[in-house]
Design a protein around this ligand. Structure first.
Ligand code: NAP
Length: 496
C-alpha cells in the first residue's frame, strides 16, 4: 500500500461500518500499480440495509424546506472547494487523468453542486390557466422517494455529484453505488456530503460489484428511481430490470462522437480542438472525439499536421504537470483498447500513428497506450463501435452532405462538432446532426453544468442530466387544481 492508501467501510444510516466478515477489494493506481484504497465488497444484504436506511430517512428529508436542502448543498460545494487539490490528486491517482483534468473533474462537481444549491430557492413549477372560471391550476415537483445512483469510473467525482446533488435538492434519499475501480474518489464525495450536514440515511454508500450490489438495489421494490451512467450493454440490463418494477430509469450511455472539419475551417483551431477532444482523458470521456471527418480539400494537410502534433504528446505520470496524457484507467481498459487496435489492423485500416502499448522504464508499471490514429473507411468496426481509449478514426468525405451522413450513421448520439466559417452550414449542422449536444468551432467535450447533458439513439433513453432538465429526472410532477367557485364545476358543461 502507498502512504496515501486508506480503507473504507460502507456508509449506511450515517455511519461508516465494515460488516463482520466482509470481503474486501482494492483499487489500483493505473500509472504505478500501487494500492489507492481498500473497500467492502458489498452484498445484497448490504444493499437492502442501505435501502432500509434511505426509506427511514426519506419523510423527514422530503419535508425539509427546499432552501434548507440547498443550504446543505452549498456547504458541500464549499467543503469540496477547500479540498479541491487533495481530491483532484486522488482522481489522477485512482483513474489516471492528468492533474489539470483531475482538477477539472472536481471543479465540475463544485459548479454543479452550487448550481443545484440554487435550485433550492427555485424548483419551479408552472402556473397555467384553467378552462373553468374561478379555478387555479399549477404544478409542483415532488421527490420520487428512494433513488439509486450508479456511476462509471471516468468522471469519478463529477458524475456522482451530478446525480447526488440533483437527487438531494429535490428531496429524495439516495443509495450510491460507484464504479468499483474508483471507489476511493466516490467515498471522498460521500464524506463531503457527510461533513456538510446531510442527515443520516439521506445519502448511503455501498461499494461492490455491479452484478451483486447494483442488481439488488435495482430490484428492491422500495426504490422508485434509478440514475445510471455506464456502457450500453450494462445500461440495457439495468433498464430491463428496472422496467420489471415499473421504475423510472435514467440512462446515460456510450458515444462515438464525430468532429467534422470542412475545407473553410480555421485549421489551427480545429487541430487544437481535435487533439484535446480525442486524447484528453486518454479518450475515455463519453464525449471524447473518436471520429474525425475531414473534407477532401484539407484531408492530407490536416492529417499530416495532426499526426505531427500527436507524436509530440507527452505521455506519462498524470501527476507531472508537463504530462499531456496519462495511463488508461485499468488493465481491463488496456486489454480492450489493444484488442480494438488489432481489429483496426485486421480490417485493413491504415495506422497513421501509434498503435502499441508503451513499454520500458516507468511505463512497465502502468497501463500506457500510444495515442493512435487510424485512417478508415466508414463502416469498419473501429469507425462505428465505442473504443473508449486514445484511438481516433479519420474518414475522408467529399462534402458537407456526406460528412453529416457519416456522422449520423452510428448507433450513438451523444456529442458532435463542426469546424467551419460558413454560418449557414453551421446552423444546418445544428439541425441535422443527430446528437444531444453539438459544438460549433469547439471540440466535442466541454459540458457546462447549467445546460442539459445527454444523447439520442443508443446513448440513452431520452432523459437529460444537469441543467434544469435534471429536476425532471428526480421528481414527480404533481398537477394541482384549486377550485374557489364554491360549487361543483364540470368541464364539458361549464365551459360552454
Ligand atoms: P459499466 O461497466 O457499464 O459500469 C458502470 C456502472 O455500472 C459501474 O458502477 C458498474 O459497477 C455498474 N454495473 C455493472 N454491471 C451492473 C449490473 N448488472 N447492474 C447494475 N450495475 C452494474 O461502464 P464503465 O466501464 O464504468 O464506464 C464506461 C462507459 O460509460 C462508456 O460506455 C462511456 O461512454 C459511458 N459513459 C457515459 C456517459 C454519459 O453521460 N453518456 C458519461 C460517462 C461514461 P462495477 O464497477 O462494480 O462493475
Amino acid at each position: 500500500m502507498t502512504e496515501h492508501s486508506r480503507a473504507y467501510g460502507l456508509f449506511i444510516g450515517g455511519k461508516w461500518e465494515t460488516p463482520a466478515g466482509a470481503k474486501t477489494f482494492k483499487t489500483l493506481n493505473p500509472a504505478t500499480g500501487e494500492v489507492v484504497g481498500e473497500f467492502v465488497a458489498g452484498t445484497a444484504a448490504d444493499a437492502k440495509a442501505a435501502v432500509d436506511a434511505a426509506v427511514r430517512a426519506f419523510p423527514a428529508w422530503k419535508s425539509t424546506p427546499t432552501p434548507k436542502r440547498g443550504e446543505i448543498l452549498l456547504a458541500a460545494s464549499q467543503i469540496l472547494r477547500r479540498r479541491k487539490e487533495e481530491v483532484a490528486r486522488l482522481v489522477s491517482q485512482e483513474m489516471g487523468k492528468v492533474i489539470s483534468e483531475g482538477r477539472g473533474d472536481v471543479q465540475e462537481s463544485i459548479d454543479f453542486i452550487e448550481y443545484m444549491a440554487g435550485e433550492g430557492r427555485r424548483l419551479q413549477g408552472e402556473t397555467v390557466p384553467s378552462e373553468l372560471k374561478l379555478k387555479f391550476c399549477l404544478t409542483v415537483h415532488q421527490p420520487k422517494g428512494v433513488v439509486v445512483c450508479i456511476t462509471p469510473w471516468n468522471f469519478p467525482t463529477a458524475i456522482p455529484n451530478w446525480k447526488i446533488a440533483a437527487a438531494l435538492v429535490c428531496g429524495n434519499s439516495v443509495v450510491f453505488k460507484p464504479a468499483s475501480a474508483t471507489s476511493r474518489c466516490a467515498a471522498e464525495v460521500v464524506r463531503v456530503y457527510e461533513e456538510a450536514g446531510v442527515p443520516p440515511g439521506v445519502l448511503n454508500f455501498v461499494t461492490g460489484s455491479g452484478g451483486t450490489v447494483g442488481n439488488a438495489l435495482i430490484e428492491d421494490p422500495r426504490v422508485r428511481g434509478i440514475s445510471f451512467t455506464g456502457g450500453v450493454d450494462t445500461g440495457r440490463e439495468v433498464y430491463t430490470r428496472g422496467a420489471k418494477g415499473l421504475k423510472t430509469v435514467h440512462l446515460e450511455l456510450g458515444g462515438k462522437n464525430p468532429v467534422i472539419v470542412l475545407n473553410d475551417a480555421n485549421l489551427d483551431l480545429a487541430l487544437d480542438g481535435v487533439l484535446f477532444g480525442a486524447f484528453g482523458t486518454q479518450g475515455q470521456r463519453c464525449t471524447a472525439t473518436s471520429r474525425l471527418i475531414l473534407e477532401d480539400g484539407i484531408y492530407d494537410t490536416f492529417l499530416r499536421r495532426l499526426v505531427e502534433r500527436v507524436r509530440a504528446l507527452k505521455v506519462g505520470d498524470p501527476l507531472d504537470p508537463s504530462v499531456e496524457m496519462g495511463p488508461v484507467a485499468s488493465a481491463d481498459q488496456e486489454k480492450k483498447i489493444l484488442e480494438y487496435i488489432q481489429v483496426g489492423k485486421a480490417e485493413g485500416a491504415h495506422l497513421a500513428t501509434g498503435g502499441s502499448r508503451l513499454t520500458g522504464g516507468d511505463y512497465d508499471r502502468g497501463h500506457f497506450i500510444e495515442p493512435t490514429i487510424f485512417e478508415v473507411r466508414h463502416g469498419m468496426r473501429i469507425s462505428k463501435e465505442e473504443i473508449f481509449g486514445p484511438v481516433l478514426s479519420v474518414v475522408r468525405v467529399k462534402d458537407y452532405k456526406e460528412a453529416v451522413r457519416v456522422a449520423n450513421d452510428v448507433e450513438y448520439g451523444l456529442s458532435s462538432a463542426i469546424y467551419t466559417k460558413d454560418v449557414n452550414l453551421a446552423f444546418q449542422a445544428i439541425e441535422e446532426l443527430e446528437t444531444g449536444i453539438t459544438y460549433i468551432n469547439a471540440p466535442t467535450i466541454g459540458a457546462e453544468v447549467q445546460l442539459p447533458f445527454g444523447g439520442t439513439k443508443n446513448t440513452g433513453n431520452g432523459g437529460r442530466e444537469a441543467g434544469s432538465a435534471a429536476i425532471e429526472e428526480y421528481t414527480e410532477t404533481k398537477s394541482v387544481f384549486i377550485d374557489y367557485s364554491n360549487r361543483l364545476q364540470k368541464a364539458q358543461i361549464d365551459t360552454a
